[in-house]
Every structure is written in C-alpha cells, then in structure tokens.
Write a protein that binds this ligand. Structure first.
Ligand code: HEM
Length: 427
C-alpha cells in the first residue's frame, strides 16, 4: 500500500505541474499555438519547425496526454491494491472521469477559439469551469492517496456540523478559484501598466465585463480565508488527532501565504511568474483542504488488539501524562491550561470509536499547536486589515473617481457640424 500512496502523490505532483504549465499557456497568449486543430497541432501529429507559441501549446498537450495515462495507471494500481468498494478505488475512478472532462474542456477552448486574444464573455465562463474541474481533478487524486488507509471513505452521517463547515470552505475556495481565473484572464487580455491604471480600467463606464468582474476576486478571497479558518478549527474540535492537526496547520499556513501572494500579485501587476506561483498555492491550498476533510471525516480504522510500538504510542494524540510547558493549549490559544478546553474535548465524542471522552486530557498543543494558535491570530488580523483596505479602496473609488475617467465621462461624444450631420469623436 505504501507504494500505491507514493505513486498517487507523484501522479498529483505531475498533474499540478501540468496545471501550472496550462496557466503559462494562457498567460503568454499561446493558446492558439496549434491553430484551431485538436487533437492534431496545425494539422500535424508533431509540428515541424514550430513557432515559440506552438512549442508552449504543444508541450501542454503532450504533458496532459501523459497525465491522462498516469491517471489510468492510478485506476489500475487501485484495482490491484484494494478490494472492490474501497474508498481509494472510487476516488481513482472519479479522477479518471475528471481528467477526461479536463481534456474535453481543453479541446473546447481550442475548437471554439476561446484562446489567445479572444475576449468573449463565453471564454470567461469556460475558464471558470476549467478551473473548477481542475480543482475537482486534483482533489480526487489527493483523495485517492489520502483514503488509501481509510477503506470506508468519508462519514458524513452524524457529523453534519463538521461536514457543513468543510463544505462551505470548499465551496468558497472553488468560487475564489473561479473568480481568480476570470481575474487572470482580465489581466492577460487587458494588462495594466500601473496600479492606478488598473483601477481606471475597472471603473470606466465602458469597462469590459472581465474587468468589472476582476474586482470581485479579492473580496471572495477574504470570505474564503475566513471560511477556511472556521473549517480548520471545526475539524480540530471534532477530531484533534495528529493527521487532522497537520492538515489544519497546512490549510492555515497556505491560506495566509495565498493572501500575501494575492496582494503581491496586485502590487507587482501580476507578472507571469507570480501568476504561476499564485495558482500553484491555490491548488496546494485546495489539496490541503481535501486532505483535512479525509483526516477529519474518515471513520477511524478498527483498533488493533496488539500493542502499538513505543514510537507510535509516543506520537498518539491522546496524552494522559503531564504535558511539558506550552503544550495542551487550545488551537485558538484561548485555553492555556494543561487540560483540553471543553470546547475541544466535548464534540470529540463525535468519534466514539476513538475513545475520546469530555474532560480527558488531549495534546492539541506542542510546538505545532502553539505555532498554529499564532498563525491563526496573525491571519485573523491579516484578513481584517485586508477587508478594511479593500472596502476603503472601493468606497474611495466610488466617491472619488480618477480625474481622467471623470473627463472621459463628461466629454462630448460627438460634435454637431450641421443639424443633420454629426461626426463621432474617437473614444
Ligand atoms: C484564498 C485566497 C485566494 C485564492 C484561493 C486565490 C486563487 C486564485 C486563482 C486560482 C487565480 C487564477 C490563476 C490563474 O488561472 O492563472 C487567481 C488569480 C488572481 N488573484 Fe487570487 N486567490 C486568493 C487571494 C487573492 C487575494 C487576496 C488577491 C488580492 C488582494 C488576489 C489577487 C489575484 C489576482 C490579481 C489574480 C489575477 C492574476 C493571476 O493569475 O495571478 N488573490 N487567484
């Protein structure tokens, strides 16, 4: 099984590289590098003496073909490793279905001409759908790996609160990704030469719909960061074991990093390398959320009668002995006592198989617990400052539009020379 898990994570890593290269195709305007041909490239199987954009587009096609083969390999390996009905097997099949949809959406982009400089509203919708399918695909592959040791998959019954928190966070993250894809398309088609010009573009009365939508993304991102923090906390309360703890930590860390990357993206006017970094972190954040859901919602494996080895016993989440100073703090850093706060211990009875009783001492602390508490509060302040800054920028822009936009709006649109003839002025 270890070999299978390693293979599944490698397939995921490879797919992430393909996704990032796909964004490179969009950001460099190389989507029409193979013309309107699919699956052929400019009418050839392998293009001869290709232009640079053809090389970029063809590389994406070739590498995504390999991705499809790897996912087929994942299904074969899952069938060999696990019995019928095993959750990892089902997740592998879902990955295969999603990689096929991914290829079809990619083909649609080319065949309908939604590439290069095309600025139709339809292209905006399709990039959002493409991004959503990409999230679902990498999520399914991650789930295949994460469920390898969890044959029964995710148990939603009896865990409605936790499932809802994770569901809201997942929905918000998908919405953020989709709005980000539209923002990225806006940046590619209408690059700004300065921050002020970017604002002017969005505010102009004639602004393209993609530019009007671009402004939504940071607001949605703030909402999803709050939802992610809430979901991580709910997961830790319901099941404060080592897997959930490290997945929550990854979610919080990546969410903070992504907020920072987003702000940097705006400040640097979204250079191509930064777009790729921002997209990669978005995908990693999504994967961390999926792994968190698997850790928190999968029913625990039946307890073995044999005593666990000493090292494994030491690593266990439940620590009945005295805790070193600094340990035993709640994640929010609100209960620095050595006994877990009732808020943490209470709902943990959601998993009676784990023998978690209210009042029992739980080690949700240690260095990672303290780091997590700090991270959460830093992130909380970050979200608040960002939300206030965004609101202030938005209000200021509405109340006080840049001078040239006002001039453009009040300028005459035509000069009447004679009563019957009017000469339109250039916009
Ligand atoms: C949870 C937080 C966030 C997530 C998951 C996220 C996700 C994304 C995604 C998936 C894209 C599309 C990338 C592509 O297709 O190439 C994107 C683009 C973008 N995002 Fe975010 N984002 C987040 C936060 C932010 C914040 C806070 C800002 C600004 C304050 C921001 C600014 C941008 C900009 C300017 C783009 C367009 C340029 C690009 O492609 O990178 N993002 N975002």
């Amino acid at each position: 099984m270890k070999a299978f898990v390693r293979f599944a994570w490698s397939v995921l890593a490879y797919n992430l590289a393909v996704v990032v290269w796909g964004a490179f195709v969009r950001a460099t305007g190389s989507g029409a590098g193979c013309g309107k041909h699919w699956p052929m490239c400019n009418g050839e199987v392998v293009p001869r003496s290709p232009a640079l954009e053809t090389v970029i587009e063809f590389t994406h096609r070739a590498t995504s073909g390999v991705a499809l083969l790897l996912v087929v390999g994942l299904v074969v390996a899952a069938r060999r490793t696990f019995p019928a009905g095993h959750a990892a097997r089902r997740a592998a099949w879902a990955s295969l279905a999603l990689v096929v949809v991914e290829a079809l959406v990619g083909a649609g982009l080319v065949l309908f001409g939604w590439v290069a400089k095309d600025d139709s509203a339809a292209r905006g919708w399709v990039v959002a759908v493409h991004l959503t399918n990409t999230f679902l695909l990498v999520g399914a592959i991650a789930l295949t790996a994460a469920l390898a040791g969890r044959p029964r998959g995710l148990a939603l019954r009896g865990h409605a609160g936790l499932a809802a928190a994770l569901g809201v966070a997942a929905g918000a993250l998908i919405l953020t990704g989709a709005s980000g894809a539209i923002a990225a398309l806006g940046d590619t088609l209408f690059p700004a030469t300065s921050f002020a010009e970017g604002l002017r573009q969005e505010l102009s009365e004639e602004a393209h719909v993609l530019l009007r939508l671009r402004v939504l993304h940071p607001f949605v991102a703030v909402f999803s960061t709050v939802a992610l923090g809430w979901a991580a906390r709910a997961a830790l309360r319901a099941r404060p074991d080592a897997d959930t703890r490290s997945a929550s930590f990854a979610v919080l860390l990546l969410a903070g990093l992504q907020l920072f990357a987003g702000v940097l993206n705006v400040a640097l006017l979204a250079p191509v390398w930064m777009q790729l970094v921002h997209l990669l972190v978005a995908d990693l954040l999504w994967v961390a959320l999926v792994v968190l859901a698997a850790a928190a919602l999968a029913p625990p494996a039946p307890r073995s009668r044999r005593r666990a080895p000493r090292a494994a016993r030491r690593r266990r989440w439940a620590s009945p002995g005295p805790l070193p100073s600094g340990e035993g703090r709640s994640v929010a850093g609100l209960a620095p006592s050595r006994t877990a706060s009732p808020a943490l211990a209470g709902p943990a009875t959601e998993w009676p198989e784990m023998n978690l009783r209210p009042g029992r001492r739980i080690d949700v602390g240690g260095r990672s617990g303290v780091a997590m508490a700090k991270l959460e509060s830093v992130e909380g302040y970050g979200v608040l400052v960002l939300a206030v800054a965004l609101l202030a920028a938005f209000t200021l822009r509405m109340a006080n539009p840049p001078a040239d936009v006002v001039r453009a709006a009040s300028a005459p649109r035509a000069v009447t020379v004679l009563e019957e003839i009017s000469i339109p002025l250039a916009p």
